[in-house]
Design a protein around this ligand. Structure first.
Ligand code: FES
Length: 148
């Protein structure tokens, strides 16, 4: 299995690791495929992600994709952050081995969960905006990301 230099770099030196104490959006998701867990903290000011941190109990690919995903959404508007898909994160990392694609979904879902939490705290129903979290997974826990 080959990892790109960018994956190795983000795995060895993850950006934005930690917690934000006064976060106003927090999302935690589990990967049904492997049981790994990811938590993302967002600080959102005027619709803009002014800060983001993450913690994960996950594999190296999950760490690298989360690190890259946080870099991609930092300073962006909520709308722009929601457009950061696992595919975009993988591209930014110069790809992932096929068996590790499901790991990249964890970061995308955790960001969506944190943005949903932010909306809920503000009395807004997030589902029409963010969509369902976990919709990438089939009922038996399989990951659609692998199939397409
Ligand atoms: Fe679980 Fe990668 S093996 S996130």
């Amino acid at each position: 299995m080959e990892y790109s230099e960018k994956v190795m770099d983000h795995f060895a030196n993850p950006r934005n690791i930690g917690e934000i104490e006064d976060a106003n959006g927090v999302g935690e998701v589990g990967n049904p495929k492997c049981g790994d867990i990811m938590k993302i903290y967002l600080k959102i000011d005027n619709n803009k992600i002014s800060d983001v941190k993450f913690k994960t109990f996950g594999c190296g690919a999950a760490i690298a994709t989360s690190s890259m995903a946080t870099e991609l959404i930092k300073g962006k508007s909520i709308d722009e952050a929601l457009k950061v898909t696992n595919r975009a994160v993988m591209e930014a990392l110069d790809g992932l081995p096929p068996v590790k694609v499901h790991c990249s979904v964890l970061a995308e879902e955790a960001i969506k969960a944190a943005i949903s939490d932010y909306y809920r705290r503000n009395g807004i129903d997030p589902e029409p905006i963010v969509g369902k979290i976990g919709s990438c997974c089939s009922k038996d826990g399989g990951c659609f990301a692998e199939e397409n």
